[in-house]
Design a protein around this ligand. Structure first.
Ligand SMILES: [Zn+2]
Length: 498
């Protein structure tokens, strides 16, 4: 959709809403977008997946506004030390020792687990999934350039970035640098000049040979975690690009360090990346489901409990990406019921226009079919919602209103449903109500049986209108025997099969 509202996004850099304008010099007019990817040492949990559903929502919004994107999600298969620290053991190597497998096996296994989850959640595939181990040569070159420019110092534990040489250090985190230097970074690194300084290269400790090791000007060792994202994003998207996303926990340290080293390395005085977007945490009880939360549930736990993966996606989209969302069984039950209701209402409207080929022409055709402009008005509402910093709860509400609107002819409904689904990515064009939880949908019934149920539901409504409660209850029992559950809503009775 090329017309409509200006896309506005909340930029963490400056903490303000801004018009999204592609960089004027982006290669081929394509916006580069980089999302910090998984460290593949264990199964991704539900909190991790929120970051990718969020990035996917952003991509869908950009597609809606006809802004071409090249999306990169990295795979961290080396260099991420436990507790995100500069020293200590590598997460991959620890996992390999724990599971008695090679680091390559661990990386391959958990990378596949990540791909399985993003596919199940209907996340658009990225254009590239670079693996850190394939870029170590470029990381060494990058760090060497920083050393040449005088931004580093050597310690026995490796090569460190000197943050005092970066005048804008910490801008993204909105903390004054002096303040952060006093902040509680408890890890003690012998010889580190400032608490904010971080390792670009982690040298092997004497007598402790690492499993994954590379030779470098600073001895055998492995790259620092922050370095990886700068190098892979610049290698694949060019020195400056439009969008960088990640979980809110990255805003305070990882992304701060990415910016500092990238700007120091590029040395052109320009801000490295234009827009920084961060999703909030998923809360489990009173705990944040953060990166390393042990024992946090994963998607497979939900599906084993009978939830459809799209119910989890719907649950996430029911909250704004910048709000903390509480993960509870009740919320998942509600999301599953909503998904089922949506699928059941949309089934009779199929086939929908293909979501990924939606464009302005198709939408205006749909709007024209709305006769009287109702569909056009709903499409404009969708546009206003998604362009207002990705207001997915509002998009969901518009979708639900559309399906309840008796004045809207089926073609108008189809256009709005397809557009909403292109933004939400719930796969409603093909998702059957029965596929949500195994229960039968009305559309599975033979026509005669369906007509009989509808007659009974109408008769019950009539009995209630006449205040013949005994008769109404009798019909409810009769429907119950047919496996039909009726619920009275302000819009009249709705029924579903149990
Ligand atoms: Zn990163």
């Amino acid at each position: 959709m090329t017309t409509g509202q200006q896309l506005r996004l909340y930029n963490s850099l400056g903490r303000r809403m801004e018009d999204f304008v592609p960089l004027p010099d982006s290669p081929g007019g394509v916006t580069g977008m980089y999302s910090c990817g998984p460290t593949v040492y264990s199964f991704p949990h539900l909190g991790n997946m929120r970051a990718y559903v969020f990035a996917d929502t952003l991509r869908r919004a950009l597609r809606w506004k006809s802004i071409p994107v090249r999306h990169v999600i990295n795979i961290t298969d080396v260099g991420h030390a436990v507790a995100d620290s500069d020293t200590g053991e590598d997460k991959l190597e620890l996992a390999a020792a724990r599971e008695r497998r090679s680091v390559e096996d661990i990386a391959a296994f958990y990378t596949q687990a990540f791909f399985d989850d993003i596919a199940a959640l209907n996340i658009l595939p990225a254009d590239e999934y670079p693996r850190a181990t394939a870029y170590v040569g470029q990381m060494i070159e990058f760090a060497a350039r920083l050393e040449e420019r005088g931004h580093t110092y050597r310690l026995p534990s490796g090569l460190y970035f000197d943050t005092s040489k970066s005048p804008r250090y910490g801008q993204l985190a909105l903390i004054d640098v002096a303040g952060q230097r006093e902040a509680a970074r408890v890890e003690h690194v012998e010889g580190r000049r400032h608490k904010t300084d971080f390792a670009l290269w982690r040298a092997e400790e004497a007598g402790r040979r690492r499993v994954m090791r590379w030779d470098s000007p600073w001895g055998w060792g492995a790259p620092g975690w922050h370095l990886e994202c700068s190098v892979m994003s610049i290698a694949l998207l060019g020195p400056h690009f439009g969008i960088h996303t990640g979980g809110i926990d990255h805003r305070e340290l990882h992304h701060v360090n990415e910016i500092a080293q990238s700007e120091a390395c590029l040395g052109d005085g320009k801000p490295w990346v234009r827009y920084w977007l961060h999703n909030e945490f998923l809360q489990l009880g009173d705990q944040k489901m953060a990166k390393s939360a042990g024992g946090a549930p994963r998607l497979a736990d939900l599906t084993a409990a009978g939830y459809h993966p799209m119910a989890f996606r719907l649950f996430l989209l029911g909250g704004h990406y910048r709000s903390q969302v509480d993960f509870t069984n009740a919320a998942m039950d509600a999301a599953q019921a909503t998904l089922r209701r949506l699928a059941a209402r949309i089934e009779p409207l199929r086939p929908l226009p293909a979501a990924d080929t939606l464009d302005a022409a198709l939408l205006s055709a749909g709007a024209a079919a709305g006769e009287g402009g109702t569909a056009a008005a709903l499409l404009a509402e969708l546009d206003a919602a998604i362009t207002a910093d990705l207001a997915t709860p509002k998009v969901l509400a518009i979708l639900q209103d559309t399906l309840r609107d008796p004045a809207l002819p089926p073609d108008g409904q189809r256009a709005v449903v397809a557009a909403a689904d292109a933004l939400l990515g719930l796969g409603l064009g093909t998702l059957g109500a029965r596929a949500v939880d195994g229960r039968r949908a009305a559309s599975d019934l033979p026509a005669g049986e369906l007509a009989a149920i509808e007659r009974l539901v109408a008769a019950r409504a009539q009995a209630r209108k006449e205040r013949d409660w005994a008769r109404a209850d009798e019909i409810r029992d009769e429907l119950g025997k047919l496996g039909v559950q009726v619920t009275d809503t302000p819009d009249g009775p709705v029924w579903e099969l149990r």
